[in-house]
Design a protein. Structure first.
Length: 555
């Protein structure tokens, strides 16, 4: 259908008058509005002054009108209000009704009384002009027509098939293109669109990647989602809450897919890409980039992610009402950066509202998993992922190599418990070439002496540093006395610890760029040669010993 060939005819009806001015009296040649020369006006729109009312025929609608003037007939028409003042003018309802008039587009909202269904739902909500999107910004910035309907009327001149395994770029506002994944049913498929809050999408309730499950034999009256009765076009809401189907709202922040590493949609996720008959459609969408003019997605079968798992059978009694609590470690030997984390804990306790549980990365960075919630519930057996514990995203990019710790504290009296076991699962990004060396100098640190002690690690590999991580183990009775520096073969130095920590005993720390930004100064340094660690005690009385230290270089 060539929508550009249509010429709508507008007729004003002033202040609720029930009689129309005769076409002949206006001197209008209706043949000018018959683009196909069929003797029928392409489109007739009545617009009346005043607010929208639902009396007689003055409610916004599209229907038919059988009249003839000078051999030219009228057929389909729309009617809607203009408002009382200029400030009332909006385009949303006119665009919606014109979608019916010019293109015979169906409503993608639920009447609650059609097709044998009597329960109300929100259909496509605010995400399409032909649902409730005509009301966005009080009708001044209506949503565009969604990709499903643009395809239905033949507006898309370029179809991009998503049935191959590759990375795709989904561009915002690219209304002439359609990105479609076909299933084994000719009438059933998926469409993806970039619905970032910009342009015509500026007033959407969410921003990101939209995924539609489409079936030309469905109906947006059928919110049940069964194999036989399901939506014609439904939005897969990223949060899995089915708010549109249950008529809770017309859209919210959780509806579209924002930046997500790893698999976002597949046969096993919630929401899923299962076909309506329950079979696997085969569509998998992974590694969605942030909302913007272009959203990148990976579609199809991808190489398995770099994955490492660890488990600790801690069997540690948690001391009652003691802030120090207990700590259990899982050592990770692989080298890389965190992309995604999952933590499972098994704690026996008679009042979990007493407990704080935190995950500590090798760098020392911490994330709280459980913070005295649950009140009098017994036992904490829980799985923590980024979708349930968003703070875990703060560990993305952390080096994975080293000891990961689960710290558990009981901060109220009377109830006691035990940390039985915990597991850690990390999806990580490989870091290229890595060299790691460790030495155990066991050197006494002279008290109140600016010369301190120095220990070296010789690196025989050649290349330039992309990232440096330093691990130190120092026994000392007052770590606030200490200054620690790392020096590259080129002579470039960085301070790792500078008289902090006060009266705390012993320093066991991993210094990484995420926790020690000064290490970024080492990027680009040649790695070959002697790297030295110098430890100085700059205050009197307390003494200590440099037990061991390790150097890890990504190059």
């Amino acid at each position: 259908m060539n929508h550009k060939a249509y010429s709508p005819f507008f007729l004003g009806v002033y202040y609720g008058c029930s009689t129309l001015l005769g076409i002949n009296e206006l001197g209008v040649d209706l043949s000018q509005f018959d683009a196909h020369g069929e003797g029928v006006v392409d489109a007739l729109s009545f617009m009346y002054a005043g607010r929208t009312v639902y009396e007689g025929n003055l409610w916004p609608h599209n229907s038919t009108l059988r009249l003839s003037y000078n051999g030219v007939k009228v057929n389909f028409y729309t009617i809607q209000s203009l408002g009382r003042q200029r400030v009332d003018l909006s385009i949303g309802t006119f665009c919606h009704e014109s979608g019916h008039l010019l293109c015979r587009l169906p409503d993608l909202y639920d009447y609650g009384r059609r097709d044998g269904d009597f329960e109300k739902s929100s259909g496509m909500g605010d995400y399409c002009l032909m649902s409730a999107g005509n009301h966005l910004n009080r009708g001044r910035t209506p949503a565009p027509i969604c990709g499903y309907l643009r395809d239905l009327v033949g507006w898309c001149d370029r179809e991009i098939r998503l049935n191959g395994s590759r990375v795709y770029e989904v561009k915002h506002g690219n209304y002439g293109a359609l990105m479609k994944y076909e299933t084994h049913q000719a009438n059933e498929y998926f469409i993806v669109e970039n619905r970032t809050k910009r342009g015509l999408d500026a007033y959407l309730p969410a921003s990101g990647l939209a995924v539609y499950h489409c079936d030309t034999l469905g109906s947006n009256e059928w919110q049940g989602g069964t194999p036989d009765r399901h939506y014609q076009c439904g939005l897969l809401q990223a949060d899995g809450h089915l708010d549109l189907e249950n008529n809770r709202n017309r859209g919210d922040q959780g509806d579209l897919f924002e930046r997500r590493d790893g698999v976002a949609l597949s046969y096993t996720t919630t929401p899923s890409t299962r076909a309506w008959d329950g079979s696997d459609s085969g569509l998998t969408i992974s590694d969605i980039s942030a909302a913007g003019e272009v959203i990148r997605i990976a579609v199809g079968s991808l190489p398995p992610p770099n994955l490492v798992k660890g488990e600790a059978t801690a069997d540690l009694l948690i001391p009652d009402n003691k802030s120090e609590g207990v700590s259990s470690a899982i050592a990770i030997g692989q080298v890389g950066k965190v992309k995604m984390l999952k933590v499972e804990v098994d704690i026996t306790h008679t009042y979990i509202g007493d407990l704080q549980v935190e995950l500590q990365a090798p760098s020392g960075k911490r994330v709280m998993l459980h913070n005295r919630s649950g009140r009098a519930n017994r036992d904490l057996k829980e799985t923590y992922r980024i979708d349930t514990t968003p703070d875990l995203a703060n560990l993305n990019g952390e080096p994975i190599n080293g000891d990961w710790r689960l710290n558990v504290r009981d901060l109220a009296s009377r109830d006691i418990g035990r940390l039985n076991r915990w597991t850690l699962e990390i999806v990580y990004e490989a870091m290229g070439k890595v060299v790691r060396q460790e030495v155990t100098p066991n050197l006494a640190i002279p008290d109140n002496n600016p010369a301190g002690v120095s220990s070296s690690i010789a690196i025989s590999k050649s290349g330039t540093a992309k990232e440096i991580t330093v691990e130190v183990a120092i026994e000392h009775t007052y770590i606030g006395d200490l200054l620690i520096e790392i020096t590259a073969p080129s002579g470039q130095s960085v301070t790792l610890h500078n008289l902090t920590g006060g009266s705390q005993d012993n320093l066991r720390m991993t210094y990484a760029p995420s926790s020690t930004p000064a290490l970024e100064a080492m990027v680009g340094q040649p790695i070959q040669g002697d790297w030295s660690l110098r430890v100085k005690d700059l205050q009197r009385l307390d003494t200590g010993r440099l037990e061991k230290w390790a150097l890890q270089l990504r190059y």
